[in-house]
Write a protein that binds this ligand. Sequence first.
Ligand code: UD1
Length: 350
Amino acid sequence: MATPSILVTGGAGFIGSHTVVALAEAGYRPVVYDNFSNSQQSILEGLRQILGYEVPCYVADCTHRGALLEAMEREQVQGVIHFAAFKAVGESVQEPLRYYRNNLDALLTLVEVMLELGVHDLIFSSSCTVYGEPEQLPVTEHSPILPAISPYGNTKQIGEEILRDVVRAGKPLRIISLRYFNPIGAHPSALIGELPIGVPNNLVPYITQTAAGLRPELVVFGDDYPTPDGTCIRDYIHVMDLAEAHVAALRSLERLGALASHYDVFNIGTGEGASVLDVVRAFEEASGNALPYRIGPRRPGDVAAVYADATKARDQLGWTARRTLREALADAWRWEQRLQTLAPPNTESH
Ligand code: UD1
């Protein structure tokens, strides 16, 4: 049988590019589809160096029906992993229409094109943000879905609902939504990793840029939360573990055999919570550098603690996170150091 081609929308992005590696390692033929609105061509070169060949890449938007159709037909795509979306929480509050238009239009167009071409298998990037501030920890897939705090989070909730409804209507689609916790780290080769534009919003890129001297200090957003050390708790997962979860999800869809319609959802996290100060300490150990930081005010919209119960993914997908927080931080640091050798410091703010 020919190697199955898998379309990876947003395949040049942070999680997408690492998933391309995991797919190739698992014997699939990944095809990147990316509009490069928040990613860079240099990632394709990194992929080429890791894999030893050039990954096919279509530079186009998911809302462009004709381009999507053509790429999927030409590459004889058998499954899709859909990462392409805007993902900045704060920006989504400022520009809700742009977020709803882009994230939902891309998903709707993709699903329509899949149905038109008879492509059945889809993995959708969802987020633990759907759980809001959970009453019980760890969160399982049955934990209540709370009203989204941001338009970004809402696009994930609505995305899940659209997919569930399409499957309920009996359309021939087999879909898994993966609810990611906090992806961090980079490929251990340091050839691909996260490329934040401007000042990073997320904790780990902020830490690595601080350690690299691009930022004077980390501001820890609040130490008066009801957690053991007062700082927020999250479930930080190595991006390669997360990437491998997509392969496990795809395989589980293939095991369904002739079953035409299927929808399911899985938490993808380590099951362990780490506080902001735990991450700072683990980074200091992994990098051998002291990290300058100070405690600042809380960031609006942050929840005190959220971490996954990932037993469903373990039991049904046969997937579990294997890499440690320290490994993830060491890989993130190696990537940051490599970035500094490639490009002039990226310290602009916007
Ligand atoms: C956020 C989004 C989430 C998204 C994820 C990845 C929210 C509510 N959630 O998660 O939907 O999927 O990013 O893009 O925005 N922190 C600091 N100082 C910093 C930066 C962060 O103390 O300079 C703290 C935060 O308060 C938080 C933790 O570090 O407790 C993690 O923050 P971050 O990396 O931004 O991720 P989330 O907010 O959990």
